[in-house]
Design a protein. Structure first.
Length: 184
């Protein structure tokens, strides 16, 4: 008989009363439901950015819906302010000609400019206006032909040439002087 008493001790349950059984059943159903509700509230109502991206931020949306191009209107009757050759070189040409990028002659390198100077001003100007090799037309800039010509003369003269700076055409010069006189 002692053997049967040992078997009962081994198979005892931690729930000994019906009240403990009811609390265990209620907890088994209620606790998971509470956990699920809390997780849903955390995910749905938490103020969290998108995981790993700012794709829905106001700046990102504004960039995506921004216009592709912009039309800029200029007053053609206004005074014409032409840049000097040195100014055009500083804003556009120096990006490549200061360091000799893609085989471009460096500013002041007489050995590199010598064969180009021998070709003449017109050949240099045509190359600058239409582009040559890796250089885009007008060096990729937005300057008038006269400003590009001034930049060509500036760079060639630094490389040993003796070119005269191009003059402003008479019609443009008279319009500029009339505009400056009207401003006074």
């Amino acid at each position: 008989m002692s053997d049967s008493h040992d078997d009962e001790d081994q198979h005892e349950s931690p729930i000994k009363t019906p009240r403990q059984l009811i609390w265990t059943i209620v907890a088994a159903f209620v606790l998971p439901i509470l956990i699920i509700i809390l997780l849903v509230n955390y995910v749905a109502f938490g103020d969290q950015p998108a995981a790993g991206s700012a794709g829905l931020s106001e700046q990102a949306v504004a960039l995506r819906i921004a216009p592709v191009g912009v039309v800029e209107l200029r007053d053609a009757s206004g005074p014409v302010v032409l840049k000097t050759g040195e100014q055009v070189y500083a804003t556009q040409c120096s990006a490549c000609h200061a360091a000799g990028v893609a085989g471009s002659p460096k500013l002041g390198d007489e050995a590199a400019w010598s064969p180009r100077v021998k070709a003449g001003f017109e050949a240099l100007l045509t190359s600058a206006l239409k582009g040559k090799g890796a250089m885009a037309a007008q060096g990729g800039g937005d300057h008038s032909d006269l400003e590009i010509a001034r930049a060509v003369v500036f760079m060639a003269n630094k490389g040993g040439a003796k070119f005269d700076e191009p003059k402003v055409p008479e019609a443009a010069a008279s319009a500029a002087s009339a505009a400056s006189a009207a401003a006074k």
